[in-house]
Design a protein around this ligand. Structure first.
Ligand code: BEZ
Length: 213
């Protein structure tokens, strides 16, 4: 198995999920996807994570982004555990969890890291764009729950950098200033953006393109 990297095509798969059988790439067709693994059902950190992600589902949907989780547990365990997610997190599970008891999908996505204890999945996150290209990979240890607001922020940043020749500075959130692409000359930056601030020849802050009057 080759390690997946940014820019690689997302491996397709078919699987049983809490929403029924899916063909992953057909299920996400035309949309972004956040595909993330958790170590096990009926565990405390995972229960809080699935609750936190369910609470943000509307925000992801507004960004044409579908969420889907995975663990190596059975579909029966997923179905038995799902009500706990709503009980604990306050929002019912509102996206599918993939059952991967034979670990084929987890292996294809390199979600099992033997140094992390056992043969269950670590906390991997893949953001996959509408062309089925992997755009972000995050890997967290089993003991550390993820920040789903950060994953939402990255989706915003990726979608912004796809719309215009820009990059996003540290800690950027929508509404803040952007960095013009390094490949643009200062004349090109001035022609394409307003409110250009050349802090360094390689660091040109600009307003988001939609803000041009
Ligand atoms: C948890 O979700 O709490 C957890 C699962 C596996 C290992 C460590 C923590």
């Amino acid at each position: 198995m080759a390690t997946l990297r940014l820019g690689d095509p997302a491996p397709g798969f078919t699987a049983d999920t809490t929403d029924g059988p899916i063909d992953f790439l057909a299920w996400k067709r035309g949309a972004w996807a956040v595909f993330f693994s958790h170590p096990a059902d009926y565990t405390p950190v995972c229960t809080t994570e699935l609750g936190a992600s369910a609470r943000l589902a509307d925000e992801f949907e507004r960004r044409n982004t579908k969420m889907i989780a995975l663990s190596v547990d059975s579909i029966e365990d997923h179905r038995g555990w799902a009500p706990d997610i709503g009980d604990v997190g306050g929002t019912d599970l509102n996206f599918p969890i993939v059952a991967d008891p034979d670990r084929e999908i987890a292996v294809a996505y390199d979600m099992i890291h033997p140094g992390e204890g056992d043969t269950s999945t670590v906390r991997s996150v893949f953001v996959i764009d509408p062309a089925d290209t992997i755009r972000l990979i995050l890997v967290y240890p089993k003991s550390v729950g993820r920040n789903f607001a950060e994953i939402l922020r990255v989706v915003d940043a990726l979608q912004m950098t796809d719309r215009a020749p820009v990059a996003t500075p540290a800690d950027w959130v929508p509404g803040q200033r952007l960095i013009a692409s390094a490949g643009l000359s200062i004349d090109e930056v001035n022609a394409q953006f307003v409110n250009v601030e050349e802090v360094k020849p390689y660091l040109r802050f600009v307003d988001a393109p939609s803000e041009k009057g």
